[in-house]
Ligand binder design. Structure first.
Ligand SMILES: NC(=O)c1ccc[n+]([C@@H]2O[C@H](COP(=O)([O-])OP(=O)(O)OC[C@H]3O[C@@H](n4cnc5c(N)ncnc54)[C@H](OP(=O)(O)O)[C@@H]3O)[C@@H](O)[C@H]2O)c1
Length: 419
């Protein structure tokens, strides 16, 4: 019996909202709010005849804390699900604190304006101190720990697939499979084909910022940074086949390095086809991935935002995408004094997702864990005051919920390792 405010109504949020509406006994009332209310209204009208969840909608600009506070005060939810963009994480957390409401999101904070001098000073000091140069990191949201603890509120960070389920897989391996985890390789494979020469599977701006940044991994207590796409491996993925994958920096490495005791190395690999890489390199070379505004015919435009307007909307890829995703974690370590390896992963079919909720598997594999994270908070399974990432909670009820609501796990105790 819960009332939930969901901010965002894009590709990922749409799946999470479909899923909330399948669990009406917990999500009894939801309010969908975003900048463009008409999108929320359209989704609410589609879902209303299929669910007993009571759906309302609202317009909000979540960059503005006061607007979010006003909305929370008028709707009175128990939880705010932030499924807008990472740019809004801090404003929404501030609003939750002001109103005494629990918070969750699917991606850690990064600023929209990376040229802001105040932000840049802190960012450059962090690059120097930590040794990785991604625009996003947990420090901004971890800085809210004490405030959430004192308010008796829970903030759950990054409940998508990666971050999110991958961390639950790590917590599960630590709880059930190993006495000591030595290495973790997170492998994210999208074997889907949407037949466009170039399109991104989720928000293009966030996606292209992530994959064009230098790669990095955690080894022996510190970060090792490498030029973008400079470490490549091939892997034979269950039900997908052979794919090239590249080492990327990824946000969950940062929290796992702190929360998995004694881990020696953590890497993250994502598959990319040659066409995607060729397009991205070309767009980067001509300056289209830049986040710095330029003057064009007297008007200021941000190149990557202009590019976003030209590219296919990820939410429209659903009907065109065929194939499967395969995302999971390979572990090495020790159990009862013996060496051990273990692989836990999920396989998700793009066409089956589209049939069920009208979205492709990349949105689905993020939206379902968002709903399951909310379910953990609303049913009291994951409540502790403070700011936490997924691996800091008991993985069992979360993985059981994922099994039940569309992302079942597969396992191997003799996986091929990545060299
Ligand atoms: N953890 C994971 O595995 C994972 C994987 C993929 C994506 N993600 C994260 O999931 C989130 C959503 O991604 P997506 O692909 O669904 O993005 P999207 O399709 O671009 O949707 C973003 C939504 O946020 C709304 N929004 C943007 N700025 C807003 C603001 N200032 N105030 C209120 N609403 C605002 C947009 O509304 P308008 O359309 O009206 O602007 C839109 O409904 C992102 O944070 C992304 O990083 C996580």
């Amino acid at each position: 019996m819960s009332k939930v405010l969901i901010i965002g109504c894009g590709g990922v949020a749409s799946v999470a909202i479909h899923k909330c509406c399948q669990v009406s006994d917990v999500f009894t009332e939801i309010c969908i709010a975003s900048r463009t209310k008409s999108k929320c209204d359209k989704l609410a009208a589609k879902l209303a005849p299929t669910t007993s969840t009571k759906i309302t909608t609202a317009q909000v600009n979540a960059d503005n804390t006061d607007e979010v506070i006003a909305l929370i005060r008028s709707y009175q939810p128990e939880l705010v699900m932030n499924i807008a963009l990472p740019y809004q994480d801090l404003t929404i957390m501030d609003a939750c604190l002001a109103c005494g409401v629990n918070y969750m999101d699917t991606a850690n904070y990064e600023p929209e304006d990376t040229d802001d001098p105040a932000w840049r000073r802190i960012y450059e000091a962090r690059c120097e101190k930590e040794g990785f140069s991604a625009y996003f990191d947990y420090s901004w949201q971890w800085a809210y720990r004490e405030k959430f603890e004192q308010a008796g509120l829970t903030a759950l960070l990054g409940s998508g697939f990666d971050p999110g389920v991958t961390q639950a897989y790590c917590a599960y391996a630590a709880k059930h499979e190993f006495d000591q985890i030595d290495t973790i390789d997170i492998l994210d494979c999208n074997g889907g084909d949407h037949s466009y020469p170039f399109a991104t599977n989720f928000n293009p701006e966030i996606n292209l910022r992530e994959v064009s940044a230098p790669g990095s991994y955690w080894e022996n207590g510190h970060w090792v940074e490498i030029p973008a796409m400079s470490i490549k491996r091939e892997y034979d993925f269950d039900q997908v086949g052979h794919k090239d994958m590249y080492l990327l920096h990824h946000e969950e490495i940062e929290s796992l390095a702190q929360n998995i005791p004694g881990v020696r190395r953590i890497r993250f690999f994502m598959t990319f086809g040659q066409s995607y890489l060729d397009h991205m390199r070309c767009l980067e070379n001509v300056g289209m991935l830049s986040t710095t505004p330029i003057l064009f015919e007297g008007k200021e435009i941000v190149p990557i935002q202009f590019l976003k307007a030209l590219l296919p909307d990820p939410a429209t890829l659903g009907p065109r995408t065929k194939g499967k995703t395969n995302i999971g974690c390979i572990f090495t370590g020790k159990k009862d004094g013996k060496d051990k390896t273990y692989y836990i992963y999920n396989i998700c079919d793009h066409e089956a997702c589209y049939k069920e909720v009208g979205s492709q598997a990349v949105s689905y594999t993020t939206g379902v864990p968002a709903m399951c994270g909310a379910l953990m908070l609303l049913t009291g399974k994951w409540n502790k005051p403070g700011v936490y990432t997924v691996e800091e909670f008991d993985p069992d009820p979360y993985l059981d919920a994922l099994d039940k609501y569309g992302l079942p796990r597969s396992e191997s105790h003799a996986p091929v390792l990545v060299d």
